[in-house]
Design a protein around this ligand. Sequence first.
Ligand code: PGA
Length: 226
Amino acid sequence: MKTIVANWKMNGGHVLAHALAAASTPSKHKIILCPPLTLLSHTKGVTLGAQDCSAEHKGAYTGDVSAAMLKEAGCEWVILGHSERRQHHQETDALIQRKLDIASASHLGIILCVGESLAEHEAGKAEDIVKKQLSFLPRHLPPTMRHFMIAYEPVWAIGTGLTPTNEQIDTMHQFIKAQVADVKVLYGGSVKPENIQEILAIPSVDGALVGGASIDPSAWKKIVQS
Ligand code: PGA
């Protein structure tokens, strides 16, 4: 069974949430929906995740939401280190590590996003960048991090319609699995109904993280049923 995660980003309302939740079953894959926080309670009958969490446990952090609060609101998973968080909120690996520690202490499963920019890709530095983004992880994950996945999302493939070749995806997934033992690795970046099957057919790909196509009910249904 592979895992398909929907990252709605800052999109949708309760009508769309209802339609997307309904389109998420049945599936032979494990499906996780990550709506904006305001739509969690409208996204019913599915496994839920959040798109981020605070790096603090609680206190005077206006606008932030803690991992424990997400858990209480029904989330089983949280996406951390998405490139849009790294880019628009200046999130560093150190901050992401803090969030990861807090999220696992709150018993949330973690989907850690890594991936190189276009300039880094063109300079042949993709593996160096990904290795650095993974450097705070031990080679063998502790039992407290049993629910942990890495999403390889080349920044240049996100929302662009561009995707790496199957061979490039496989090479990077093997590289990631050589850094972290027994980890599941999802691919993300312009996944759509037209390419989901061939991407999931790559043996080193344990699933997919889907952005744009996850907020279009008919495209999402095709992905879920792939
Ligand atoms: P995309 O986004 O599928 O729209 O490329 C993926 C992501 O950002 O997780």
